[in-house]
Design a protein around this ligand. Sequence first.
Ligand code: UDP
Ligand code: MG
Length: 136
Amino acid sequence: MSSVEQTLSIIKPDAVQRNLVDAIKSKFIENKLNIKKIKKIKISKEESAEFYKVHQTKPFYDGLCAYLSSGPIVVMILEGENAIQKNREIMGATDPQKAEIGTIRREHGISIDKNSVHGSDSPDNAKKEIDFFFKS
Ligand code: UDP
Ligand code: MG
């Protein structure tokens, strides 16, 4: 079964810095994910730690939080059929070297930490993450 969903996408600092915002937005549009809301922001280390708190026990947590708050990011609400899963497919695997050809991370990611994009991984997390950035 398919259904229209919303998911959260983040273009991470490495990709914003390398002027990849338009190229990444085009990937979503080509794949019928509509950009419902978009904003460019810079978040604090504390906000980054809150956003990624599901990873707080992981060895990479401190570096990850420092990284996401290291420069401007672009956050988006994407909407479309099966948007959550579809976005994950367009992004590719966490490690760009393991991501399939044609995916954003394979084309643009630098390393497992500087992997250019974030995408929600479940309906629950999509809702939480959209609220985190867009609840007024
Ligand atoms: N990450 C990292 N080192 C690792 C695994 C993950 O720096 O060994 C970072 C990477 O930026 C990744 C983020 O932590 O995107 C969140 O990890 P997750 O396993 O949720 O991967 P994702 O859902 O982003 O593919
Ligand atoms: Mg994840």
